[in-house]
Design a protein around this ligand. Structure first.
Ligand SMILES: Cc1ncc(COP(=O)(O)O)c(C=O)c1O
Length: 443
């Protein structure tokens, strides 16, 4: 028999070191979720909370999907683990083929990981290995972007552009430089969709090429839409210019689609939405609907072929994880892709995007709101910071929303939402109503 579990209010909270959370503040007033279904979470106090953020931008098909549960159960009972080194199992190949079929043009070689952070570090390593295999081992630099988030591995942290995520952790990777971020309130506040101004910020890449030498740069990595620093939508023409400059200098372009992948913009991947194709693409989150940890790096054929060098008995890429292509994760992902396809969820996101945009922009003019920015089923609502410090008003709004039945995310003074793609019109209206009411209540 299972051991009896303590009730939520009887828990000892001291042992668990909670990630990306002020532990002492949280443990004084914890927010515990105990169940989820469809668009809703249930809290330990029994409150229903609208999940307007798909968990952490990952539960794209909504919570507790029976097909995924069944697939996971079946897989656990059939083949719970298979070694992925010098061995494999059929589902890993089936899943890779399914992913290749929905991938942007030519990105049809897939490397499995367990998270977004691992996908990013894997993509950076593949970029280095590719250049080295073709005799350009001097290309060791990476270019990231200010306000970028690429997870928490040493590689992703180094190319990321969030000071709080970097400050405590030493020198990181050498040879990394950053593009400027594209956030421009003065020119672009309250843009609907892609902002008009800022494509020229991509030209800074030319300056970095001149500074470092283009032939020392292995790859540029950006999120097509930056999520974690408060939803930064790329200005019109910006990604196209990055692509052109990378091409001119033999630099690989990596799109980090950990958030934008699997339908968030109404296409399978953001690169299809923008018609800009990277050379590598990092994904995770929506790959399994968030239910089992898994990531996938999509690689253009020429990069894969470039690494497949040397004698055939020698490992081409000395890289991989014990759980790369884990059978249970593969089963969850295949069932997730089935749901996306059968229910047309990517198209559904596309068809809801205009309604989402208008609903969110109706909050313009509410107290404290200095910007609203959106694309696909994503929104960022930025507040004027309060005098007592940046982030305080944003946190108060997050808390007020949570306490009144709306789960949204907060990044500094920006509230972000990115709901499951199954969201209905009435729930979009409810999210706006609750956010609007919370804005009126906070100071
Ligand atoms: C763009 C991007 N890259 C990487 C990551 C890291 O993913 P994980 O937390 O699964 O390691 C995230 C997580 O939010 C992300 O948004």
């Amino acid at each position: 028999m299972d051991q009896a579990r303590p009730l939520p209010n009887e828990l000892d909270l001291s042992a668990h070191w909670i990630p990306f959370t002020p532990n002492r503040q949280f443990k004084a007033a914890p927010r515990l979720l105990v169940a989820a279904e469809g668009m809703w979470y249930r809290s330990a106090e029994g409150r229903q909370i609208l999940d307007a953020s798909a968990g952490l931008w990952c539960v794209n098909a909504g919570h507790a999907r029976a097909e995924i549960t069944r697939a996971v159960e079946r897989q656990l009972a059939t083949l719970d683990f298979a070694p992925g080194f010098q061995m494999s199992h059929p589902l890993a190949f089936e899943l890779a083929s399914r992913l290749a079929a929905i991938a942007p043009d030519g990105l049809d070689r897939i490397f499995f990981t367990n998270s977004g952070s691992e996908s990013v570090d894997t993509a950076l390593k593949i970029a280095l290995a590719y250049h080295r295999a073709r005799g350009e081992g001097q290309r060791t630099r990476f270019i990231g972007r200010e306000r970028g988030y690429h997870g928490v591995g040493f590689g992703g942290m180094a190319v990321g552009g969030m000071v709080a995520n970097r400050r405590a952790f030493g020198a990181m990777l050498p040879g990394v430089d950053h593009l400027p971020h594209t956030h421009d309130l003065a020119r672009n506040a309250f843009s609907k969709g892609q902002p008009e101004h800022g494509a020229e910020l991509a030209d800074v890449l030319e300056r970095l090429v001149n500074l470092h030498g283009g032939d020392t740069i292995a790859a540029v990595i950006v999120e097509p839409v930056a999520g974690s620093t408060g939803v930064l939508v790329p200005p019109k023409g910006y990604l196209e210019r990055l692509r052109a400059i990378c091409d001119a200098h033999g630099i690989l372009l990596i799109f980090d689609e950990v958030i934008t992948g699997y339908g968030r913009l109404g296409t399978a991947f953001a690169s299809q939405y923008f018609s800009v194709t990277p050379d590598l693409m990092t994904t995770a989150k929506g790959l399994t609907n968030g239910v089992v940890p898994m990531g996938a790096v999509f690689v253009r054929r020429f990069v894969y072929d470039g690494v497949m060098q040397g004698p055939e008995h020698v490992i081409e890429l000395f890289h991989g994880y014990t759980y790369s292509g884990h059978p249970v994760a593969c089963a969850a992902s295949l069932a997730t892709l089935d749901i996306y396809e059968r229910e047309g969820l990517f198209q559904r996101a596309a068809s809801l995007a205009a309604e989402w945009q208008e609903a969110m922009h109706s909050l313009r003019g509410y107290p404290h709101v200095i910007d609203i920015r959106n694309l696909g089923l994503i929104v960022g609502v930025e507040l004027k910071p309060r005098e007592d410090g940046p982030g305080r008003r944003g946190y108060d709004l997050f808390l007020e929303c949570y306490n009144t039945g709306l789960y949204a995310r907060v990044a500094g003074d920006t509230i972000t939402m990115s709901p499951p793609l199954i969201i209905e019109s009435a729930q979009i209206a409810l999210a706006v109503e609750r956010l609007g009411a919370a804005l009126r209540r906070i100071r």
